[in-house]
Ligand binder design. Sequence first.
Ligand code: GLU
Length: 311
Amino acid sequence: MPDLAGILPELAAEMAAIKDRGTVAGYIPQLGKVDPDQFGIAVMMNDGRVFTAGDAGKPFSIQSISKVFSLTLALGHVGDALWRRVGREPSGNPFNSIVQLERENGIPRNPFINAGAIVVADILLQGHQPKEAIGEALRFVQYLADDETITIDRAVAASERATGFRNFALANYMRAFDNLRHPPELTLGVYFHLCAIEMSCVQLARAGRYLAHGGRHPDTPHSVVSAERARRINALMLTCGHYDGSGDFAFKVGIPGKSGVGGGILGIVPGVASLAVWSPGLNANGNSKLGSQALEILARRMNWSIFAPRG
Ligand code: GLU
């Protein structure tokens, strides 16, 4: 295997030299304050080895990456009944688009665009107060990462609520189609808080390990999800994890991945590794610019594309 311990610091140095770092997400004012000159990467190999470089230990707002964990949890609550309320097709539209919802009767294309994740948050709220639903999701992420220090940045959640007019529009619209069962402000309260979870690359890569291990939690004798469900979540990450840049990410990187507007990307190499990369500047599709570039280089050097011949 190529030497990851050497490759990652080289990659971080290469990224540090790049001047055009994309644009930090300014539409959430609290995120707009983040310094774009940061880059971190962490790789958790399935055999337990850990490799890191750059700002791998620095917490950032995971934003839409939380959609992977909330989907996993919601599937645990309601099973495949979830798919009656959310589709499984790439949207080909921006992450916060509303146009498709009208044509498709309030059923979001997939759980990784905002509308889909808002329905997932509504499912997590079933039978709970918002506080309990948020607490359950946070504890789930802490369990996956085996790290109780992971928290929610309340200032980011408040900043999202104050400026989340599009998300309110999406939620109200879906409520009109009866695809939201709770008052939009309560469902969105859950959604915003999950987006505002703060994690470092190391914590995120640890939390993603179950998807690289066929659904198993590698620190426990337990399964988080069945092998089939892990495979399906990976398939959704590959086809829908980067908004309308998902095809390009599959083309260039070739692994299941989920990005967030905080500049993070969680990547899964099934059977091999879980990894996370972070750089706050975004490209035109709202995906981390340097993060995507770094993963493209890394996947090529390691021959990690799931489309590459094995063995
Ligand atoms: N909280 C962000 C929003 O709802 C998430 C967007 C993202 O990371 O894609 O706009």
